[in-house]
Design a protein around this ligand. Structure first.
Ligand code: NAD
Ligand code: UDP
Ligand code: UDP
Length: 321
């Protein structure tokens, strides 16, 4: 590791995705050299167009289920489709991406003796029986349902991270991300915030699954990336898992009403069947991140939605390539 230099050569897998591209922006702004490895399954060059000509940015079209032999001082493993529509499209590939992807990136980190970050998820808690969910909660996950490829893939990846840590002494940072939204979300990935905003801007019905009484906690992307950077820079003994998310909890119906109000849309609510295994409530317990990282979200839902709506207005108007 090049400890003598303050700037590093950093590998970001999934760097052309929603979260990954924001992370690349922040790492470039901090003066680092960034290698973004992505197979562009759900990510897009659109998210990184502005970085493509940058002298410290390199894009590598690569699938993390394949080995990767490069040099780096730090690895951020974000590669994995995140929305149910995409991760259920080819569930076997989803599990491979989480599990083989983790093995390959951990093998790379082991060879390089470098710190490695894992983007895990609140989905490891499944449909939780404890509310809000602290990191000590071991979860309530169906191993054979339509969401299992993602949930169990991410759980197995966590197992691999902790075993490489215990067995090989690797410096790991495992974060459990709760629903995050913001500019560069995929407009067609079926996630609730992007769906509702796109529907509202087009004047289409807002599709509420079930009664809309299920809850989620929505974190604005800038807050989340601040948490990522603080965690990665924290002392080696803080390995996680660490919840990051916004504890503000809203029903899906409340979200729909906020989006309609903020866009001034004439859209109406349309109720559709609830998908299988859809968690009824989810809220992060972020005491650990507050204590260890002095981190808490600062952007409230209305403000974050305004930024996100502004992005989708530009996108739908064809002003973003
Ligand atoms: P995203 O779909 O926008 O980004 C994922 C990126 O990974 C995409 O660019 C995609 O092309 C790439 N990818 C997928 N499979 C790959 C493979 N086999 N090899 C290389 N690249 C591959 O999703 P996101 O919201 O940015 O999520 C990023 C990470 O954060 C994921 O690991 C996801 O599980 C995790 N996460 C996100 C959220 C959220 O609310 N956004 C919540 C929990 C966890
Ligand atoms: N690997 C990689 N790049 C490296 C080193 C390893 O992609 O620089 C991958 C390789 O596919 C290997 C996996 O990581 O199988 C796990 O590596 P590890 O050293 O833990 O185990 P190995 O299978 O090599 O015994
Ligand atoms: N949802 C909805 N309408 C949509 C998309 C999603 O009511 O158009 C609901 C979905 O059933 C779930 C919640 O919104 O209860 C969050 O869904 P998302 O796919 O964004 O995230 P996750 O279920 O992974 O938390």
């Amino acid at each position: 590791m090049r400890h003598y230099e303050s700037t590093k050569r950093v590998l970001v897998t999934g760097g052309a995705g929603f979260l990954g591209s924001h992370l690349c922006d922040r790492l470039i702004a901090a003066g680092h050299e960034v290698v973004c490895a992505d197979n562009l399954f759900t990510g897009s060059k659109r998210n990184i167009t502005h970085l493509l000509g940058h002298p410290r940015f390199e894009f590598l079209r690569h699938d993390v289920t394949m080995p990767l032999y490069i040099e780096a001082d730090e690895i951020w493993n974000l590669a994995c489709p995140a929305s149910p529509v995409h991760y259920q499209h080819d569930p076997v590939q989803t599990t491979k991406t989480s599990v083989h992807g983790a093995i390959n990136m951990l093998g790379l980190a082991k060879r390089l003796k470098c710190r490695i970050f894992q983007a895990s998820t609140s989905e490891v808690y499944g449909d939780p029986k404890i509310h809000p969910q602290p990191e000590s909660y071991v979860g309530h996950v169906n191993p054979i349902g339509p969401r299992s490829c993602y949930d169990e893939g991410k759980r197995c990846a966590e197992t691999l991270f902790f075993d490489y840590h215990r067995q090989h002494g690797l410096e790991i940072k495992v974060v459990r991300i709760f629903n995050t939204y913001g500019p560069r979300m995929h407009p067609n990935d079926g996630r609730v915030v992007s769906n509702f905003i796109v529907q509202a801007l087009r004047g289409e019905d807002i599709t509420i699954y079930g009664e809309g009484q299920q809850t989620r906690s929505f974190c604005y992307v800038d807050d989340l990336i601040n948490g990522f950077l603080k965690f990665m820079a924290s002392p080696a003994e803080f390995v996680g898992p660490m919840n990051l998310g916004n504890p503000g909890e809203f029903t899906i119906r409340e979200l729909a009403e906020k989006v309609i109000a903020l866009t001034g849309s004439s859209s109406k609510l349309a109720f559709k069947p609830l998908p299988a295994d859809d968690p009824t409530q989810r809220q992060p317990d972020i005491r650990l991140a507050r204590e260890r990282l002095d981190w808490a979200p600062t952007v409230n839902l209305d403000e974050g939605l305004r930024h996100t709506i502004a992005y989708f207005e530009q996108l739908l108007a064809g002003r973003i390539e």
